[in-house]
Design a protein around this ligand. Structure first.
Ligand code: A3D
Length: 317
């Protein structure tokens, strides 16, 4: 069986980390695309040279020619610009909407059958631009944010409870940004919901609230520390989990920015919800019952995403 082909559009911090993880996990051959073709080619060669040491076989090339992505099974898009301290994700829309429109054109021309995972911010609006401009079916275009947000939530909960991150599950909904909705009652330690753990005296509600707040601000915390650029190791790992579920038809249930057609009472919007990812792309949207407060928080988040989509329409309409 031929190896999978994975195109990474954007060979910056996340793009390079993605290529390295794809090698280590032997997920397929890689095409790293960037407007700076030399950087993409340099990273591709460098990572490929780690193959003999780490024991993986993958062909990796770097390029600034879209023709090289022809026939890709998966495309992961990080092209554009990251935040700098003091910037919100939304401030990036002016620069990144045009970049994503360009990338979408490349995908439409060269690999219209691919499964496309967008990472560029502001996430939910950029997924919308990608879908509109590429013309791909909605179930083949998704955004990575929820896997990362819930990983951050899981880590902070595991630290609070002094248990393995592996035994903590977490659940987040909504847009990627300050309005994201971490759902504590669906977040667990080995199946025990967080509100029960509060009752069991493992933590206090005040501490859980602080963790929720830290999760919502998880990206900003790293931007401030790095001073230049934004998080890239955990974002890359999160997108790889989505790509792997598609390529191996694992049917994992992962929170992703997916196209809603009435689920949760929301129509025609890309926003973060749990979905099943398998060989068919987004195969199912998991619709859970929200209580009144959760519903209000989710709707507020959707309204914020809609505003950004309107702004994107004005830019690249
Ligand atoms: P960075 O290291 O700057 O890499 C971006 C790359 O895109 C650079 O190598 C650029 O040369 C390249 N690029 C710019 N314009 C184009 C173009 N038109 N075509 C092709 N390539 C281009 O950034 P990064 O890798 O750290 O982050 C990439 C994006 O991901 C940013 O928009 C971040 O805000 C976003 N991000 C999202 C999350 C989410 O959870 C959604 C998390 C972290 C970062």
């Amino acid at each position: 069986m031929a190896r999978n082909k994975i195109a990474l559009i954007g060979a910056g911090n996340i793009g390079g980390t993605l290529a390295h993880l794809i090698g280590l996990k032997e997920l397929g051959d890689v095409v790293l695309f960037d407007i700076f073709g030399g950087v993409a080619a340099g990273k591709a060669l460098d990572i490929m040279q780690s193959g003999p040491v780490d024991g993986f076989d993958a062909n990796m090339v770097g390029t600034s020619d879209y023709a090289a992505i022809a026939g890709s099974d998966v495309v992961i898009v990080t092209a554009g610009f990251p935040r700098t301290p003091g910037m919100s994700r939304d401030d990036l829309i002016g620069k990144n909407a045009g970049v994503i429109a360009q990338v979408a054109e490349g995908i439409r021309t060269h690999c219209p059958d691919a499964f496309v995972i967008v990472i560029t911010n502001p996430l939910d609006a950029m997924v919308w631009v990608m879908r509109e401009k590429s013309g791909l079916p909605h179930h083949k275009v998704v955004g990575m944010a929820g896997v990362l947000d819930s990983a951050r939530f899981r880590l902070f909960l595991a630290q609070e409870f002094n248990v393995s991150v592996e035994d903590v599950t977490a659940f987040v909904l909504g847009g990627h940004g300050d309005t994201m909705v971490p759902l504590t009652r669906y977040s667990t330690v080995a199946g025990i919901p967080v509100p029960d753990l509060v009752k069991m005296g493992w933590t206090t509600q005040a501490k859980v609230d602080a963790i929720v707040q830290r999760t919502a601000n998880g990206g900003g915390e790293i931007v401030k520390l790095l001073e230049k650029g934004s998080a890239f190791y955990a974002p890359a790992a999160s997108a790889i989990a989505m790509a792997e579920s598609y390529l191996k038809d694992k049917k994992r249930v992962l929170p992703c920015a997916a196209w809603l057609t009435g689920q949760y009472g929301i129509r025609d919007l890309y926003v973060g919800v749990p979905v099943v990812i398998g060989a068919g792309g987004v195969e199912r949207i998991v619709e859970i019952r929200l209580d009144a407060a959760e519903k209000a928080a989710f709707e507020k988040s959707c309204a914020a995403v809609r505003e950004l989509v309107e702004a994107a329409k004005r830019l690249v309409g």
